[in-house]
Design a protein around this ligand. Structure first.
Ligand code: MN
Ligand code: MN
Length: 469
């Protein structure tokens, strides 16, 4: 009698929305094992890809191993062929030609591979009080105080006037040095502590210590700066003026690590949005011949509003699809109108310490799987692309048919803040779009946290999308 379910219980099971922690599901052990295995190479990917350029390089290498070749607008392609289009080394489109004709549209997974960081200013190096420092201009939405007193590494490229390109990555391995933005000692911080958190460290205080040893010559001026340039000249053959044609950036120097006694999470720099880049990449690389032609887009500049020729506000995706369409005698717009897109980006996970910032009935939780976010934006849904009910129904089908653990999410309480993704720029091309991604704790901090189960569920979601008929 005790085991007999009541009418209300039965009715509840039948009618009410159910969500379950992935760790409480029947297949939890198998899923956790698969998630552990999936995340080991993901951590190495994060360690290798701290800038969009490094991500493009790494993804091209992996794609080539899986049979992808540079796109040739004059070639003809068949189902099963695989090509990539590299946009200036900072954004990338992988394409796997599907069985259905292009007329029926393409499937797009669009993530971004840039992350918040401290870019060096065009003329960064200066000396003051016999310390050599770099001036920076932060990139993306950061809480500036989080970037002081942590180990930083220098990544990027320097292009000399003759076109020679030097790749720089200093601070990832011993015996490399690392760098740091210094903060004020608490003993002398009485005035600083009165500042608001957003002013705790100000933009022009994000100065990076890069050396303090003078060049030994009584007659020389700015001897510490001179000594730094001397060392850079020895190593890279550059002079100070070469900073003018460089893209150099300070990123956190730490590696991706497991978090928790149970190794359930990963702490790392740049989960936003390399976690969606990696999961969509894996789904794409494993697909042999997808039903629909599948475009896996890795965009740049999302963190600063997708502007610029490598951001998705630019026309490169549209132009690329136009070129694909031309191959089959079609118009780009006819392909686009029939296309769908998963805008692959992270969302905020509920953090009980700051629980009053999210609306508990509609926010995402760690370990509840991939987050589907119907709309982003802020204050009355400004700046959003809202997925239609029809497209949401389609997405539910794709995910449920493949038994993917998924949840819905909303970025924060109404009128508390908000944000956007690349979704609206793809939607502007007349494509059906919805945001799909991994819930993240401490988003945009130098060290962000995700749950391995959610990473795995997100990979499964992209796989379901790629494989769906
Ligand atoms: Mn993002
Ligand atoms: Mn972001």
């Amino acid at each position: 009698m005790e085991n007999q379910k009541t009418e209300g219980q039965l009715l509840g099971e039948k009618l009410l929305l159910k969500r379950k922690n992935m760790g409480m599901k029947e297949d939890s052990e198998a899923v956790e094992q698969a998630a552990q295995a999936f995340c080991a190479p993901y951590k190495r990917f994060l360690d290798r890809c701290k800038t969009e350029r490094e991500a493009v390089e790494t993804i091209v290498e992996m794609a080539e191993k899986a049979g992808y070749k540079p796109f040739d607008p004059k070639a003809s392609y068949q189902a099963g062929d695989k090509v990539y289009y590299n946009n200036r080394g900072k954004a990338l489109i992988l394409t796997a030609f599907g069985r259905h004709p292009l007329e029926k549209g393409v499937r797009i997974m669009a993530s971004h591979i840039d992350s918040p960081r401290l870019d060096l200013k065009p003329s960064p190096l200066y000396e003051e009080a016999e310390l050599a420092m770099f001036k920076t201009h932060y990139y993306g939405g950061i809480k500036k105080y989080q970037w002081s007193a942590i180990p930083l590494a220098l990544h990027g490229v320097i292009v000399k006037k003759n076109g020679e390109k030097l790749s720089v990555a200093i601070g990832e391995e011993e015996p490399d040095p690392i760098f740091v933005v210094n903060d004020l000692l608490p003993h002398l911080a009485q005035e600083q502590m009165k500042r608001t958190l957003s002013q705790g460290i100000k933009g022009e205080e994000l100065n990076v210590l890069v050396g303090c040893r003078p060049f030994k010559d009584d007659k020389a001026s700015e001897r510490v700066k001179l000594n730094i340039i001397r060392l850079l000249n020895e190593k890279y053959g550059i002079v100070e003026e070469d900073f003018l044609s460089a893209e150099l950036t300070m990123v956190p120097a730490f590696k991706a690590r497991d978090i928790g006694f149970d190794h359930s999470c990963i702490g790392a720099y740049g989960h936003d949005d390399r976690v969606c880049a990696y999961t969509s990449l894996m789904a794409a690389l494993e697909a042999q011949t997808p039903a629909y032609t599948t475009l896996t887009v890795f965009a740049d500049k999302e963190e600063t509003g997708s502007d610029g020729n490598t951001g998705l506000h630019s026309h490169y995706l549209e132009f690329f699809i136009e070129r694909l369409a031309k191959l089959e005698g079609l118009c780009g717009r006819d392909v686009l109108s029939n296309s769908t897109c998963l805008s692959a980006d992270v969302n905020a996970a509920f953090d009980p310490t700051f629980g009053d910032t999210l609306e508990k009935r509609n926010c995402a939780y760690l370990n509840y799987g991939v987050v589907v976010t119907q709309y982003t934006g802020s204050g009355g849904k400004y700046g959003t692309s809202q997925a239609s009910a029809e497209f949401m129904a389609q997405v539910r089908n794709w995910l449920d048919n493949a038994k993917v653990s998924w949840q819905t999410g909303e970025l924060g309480k109404v009128d508390l803040g908000g944000g956007g993704t690349v979704a609206k720029y793809v939607a502007a091309l007349d494509v059906d779009v919805v945001d799909v991604g991994v819930p993240v704790l401490s988003m945009h901090a130098p060290f962000e946290v995700v749950s391995k189960n959610d990473v795995y569920a997100t990979y499964q979601a992209f796989k379901a999308y790629v494989e769906a008929e």
